[in-house]
Design a protein around this ligand. Structure first.
Ligand SMILES: Cc1cc2nc3c(=O)[nH]c(=O)nc-3n(C[C@H](O)[C@H](O)[C@H](O)COP(=O)(O)OP(=O)(O)OC[C@H]3O[C@@H](n4cnc5c(N)ncnc54)[C@H](O)[C@@H]3O)c2cc1C
Length: 557
């Protein structure tokens, strides 16, 4: 093996060599294939790629790049090909070419999944290698897509965020800085006004400012979902609650599909560090937690559809039918609604103009990079605002925390309050709100008003982080489900007095189970549920419990 990837302690785990006893255990799952030098076994963009265990001979792996092809690694006897796409079912990132004739053991995706499900030791070796290889590809920016964009474009940030939060490796060319940018634009026939552009080697497409949905299609993020069959359970939303439901549903043998509009992780994915989740004494970023959960759910066979939105439930029929924004229909015997809540936005007229251009709704490493050494504003007085302020204060010059109320939220954790108050880089302003935003394409100036003193002040600040809580978006459910006054979904005993007036008559002699909505076999979990506690752990708990209840509901027929 000759890996040009940076050497590290993890190299051996990323590129393990199976011993003869382990190969013997893999053998029943695959078929032996005689291969010849120069034979191409898989190409970037291919769906349903197999995993190859080298018995004799050698296999070269390379990824496409703007300048041709980049060699990644050569596998020898005992080693195996593949990374996370073998589990997710997305399009292949790399090309596999036989470097030396020999015999390879070919494992089709289903066979690999069966091996991983049945053999704990091999599962550990394969999964660890796949994940570490993906991490290496992400850190090097080596994948099957390249974004050509500009720091000054909100859509560039959107596309980079979509790829990053979906854990997809990609190359990025900043056209403002890259010396060869004009040559690149000419080569692909791109006009300046068309950027950002995504060169998708997976499908040989040049996508001009694509929607998230189009980009998801090019990556194959939706490819394993089969709209022609009836699923046991459809999980709507891939925040902590939906991800937990997917892990339990798939691991307990249910035929599960999960649909997510943007990227897995939900609100938690916007958190730089979750410090109160059990078992992570050093904290864990929301993104890391969710990417682990995605691989876990997919390992057990859950199917994911990313970049798609559920816009309707047809609730006058069983199985229920979900309509997606692209018009596709999905039939399912049960539903877990885990659509959480969406960010509240300050009432500033031109806020939308600066979204991604100085106004952000997440404070992760990516946004922090954009404002290193500058002054920033964090809007909000709750846990998420507090976390963002403390995180940003590590790299920015000053954080102005604007809180509408007279104090930090009662629900803010004690440790956070202490860190904010004691941090000299954080300046708290109570009873203060943003009044105006100014700037050309990027935000340049912010006016804020102190309501107590009636004073307005103008500041040359280019970055505002909005962390002002979230509200449910349940308009699309109104015709089917009983909601509370704020629009959260009523479940279980909370329906006692509301069931009689629910939009659809409850048809069963038993009352709704815990977490069950006013429709049988339809559950609501996490932040979307009336009475939720706005915590990652409770969302995960509810998502997990809901699957136990789904089993019961399915048993009713
Ligand atoms: C910045 C920040 C920091 C936080 N920090 C902490 C913390 O440290 N500790 C803690 O316990 N809690 C924290 N929270 C709260 C915690 O993140 C939430 O309670 C939790 O994420 C709720 O999970 P959920 O799965 O119910 O919903 P969400 O996380 O809101 O996820 C819902 C998902 O559903 C998707 N969706 C919505 N509508 C549709 C549709 N129609 N079709 C398909 N998909 C849809 C959304 O895109 C989203 O991905 C934080 C929140 C924020 C914003």
């Amino acid at each position: 093996m000759s890996p040009p990837i940076q050497a590290s302690d993890r190299q051996a785990e990323a590129f393990p060599v199976l011993n003869p006893a382990q190969i013997k255990r893999v053998q029943p799952y695959g078929k032996v294939r005689t291969v010849h030098a120069e034979e191409v076994l898989f190409e970037p963009g291919m769906l349903g790629m197999a995993c190859f265990v080298v018995l004799s001979g050698k296999l070269d792996i390379a990824v496409p790049s703007l300048s041709g092809e980049r060699s990644l690694v050569t596998y020898g006897p005992g080693q195996f090909s593949g990374e996370v796409v073998l589990i997710s079912g997305a399009r292949a990132l790399s090309r596999g070419r036989v470097a030396e004739s020999g015999e390879f053991l070919e494992l089709a995706p289903d066979a690999l999944r069966a091996l991983i499900a049945k053999d704990a030791e091999l599962s550990d070796i394969f999964m660890r290698a796949f994940i570490l290889r993906r991490v290496m590809l992400i850190s090097q920016g080596w994948g099957n897509v390249t974004v050509l964009g500009s720091q000054h474009s909100a859509d560039t940030l959107r596309l980079r965020e979509f790829l990053t939060r979906n854990g997809h490796p990609f190359g990025y060319v900043d056209l403002d800085r890259d010396k060869q940018s004009q040559e690149l634009l000419d080569r692909f026939g791109i006009k300046l006004e068309e950027i950002p552009v995504v060169i998708c080697s997976a499908t040989q497409a040049v996508l001009r400012n694509p929607t998230n949905q189009k980009l998801a299609e090019c990556l194959g993020l939706t490819s394993r979902v089969d709209t022609s069959r009836v699923y046991d359970v459809a999980i709507v939303g891939a925040g902590p609650a939906g991800l937990a439901a997917a892990v339990y549903a798939a691991s307990e043998g249910l035929d599960a599909v999960m649909i997510e509009t943007v990227f897995p992780g939900g609100q938690a994915g916007a958190s730089s560090k979750i410090e109160n989740y059990v078992g992570f004494p050093m904290g864990i970023s929301g993104q890391e937690l969710s990417s682990r959960a995605v691989v876990q759910a997919e390992k057990f066979g859950a199917q994911m559809m990313v970049g798609e939105k559920v816009v309707r439930i047809q609730c006058d029929q069983r199985p229920y039918r979900l309509t997606l924004e692209n018009g596709a229909l999905l039939d399912t015997k049960s539903i877990v609604i885990a659509t959480g809540a969406q960010y509240n936005k300050p009432k500033v007229e031109n806020l939308g103009h600066y979204e991604g251009q100085g106004v952000y709704y997440a404070a992760t490493f990516m946004e922090a990079q954009l404002c290193t050494g500058e002054e920033v504003i964090v809007v909000g007085g709750g846990n998420s605002a507090g976390q963002a302020a403390v995180f940003l204060a590590e790299t920015v010059r000053r954080v102005y925390m604007l809180v509408r109320g007279k104090q930090l939220s009662d629900t803010m954790s004690r440790y956070l309050i202490q860190r904010i108050v004691e941090n000299p880089a954080i300046e708290l302003h109570f009873q203060t709100e943003i009044a105006a935003l100014e700037g050309e394409s990027h935000l340049q100036r912010v006016t804020w008003v102190n309501r107590a003193a009636g004073e307005e002040s103008v500041h040359d600040i280019r970055h505002v982080f909005v962390m002002a809580g979230a509200s449910p978006r349940t308009e699309w459910l109104r015709e089917c489900l009983a909601l509370d006054e704020q629009g959260f979904i009523l479940t279980g005993r909370d329906l006692d007095s509301a069931l009689a007036t629910a939009p659809v008559k409850w048809p069963l002699s038993r009352p709704p189970q815990m977490l069950e909505t006013s429709l049988p076999a339809v559950f609501a979990v996490g932040d979307i549920r009336s009475g939720n506690v706005k915590r990652v752990a409770s969302a995960v708990g509810e998502g997990s419990i809901s699957i136990h209840l789904v089993h019961r509901a399915l048993a009713e027929g």
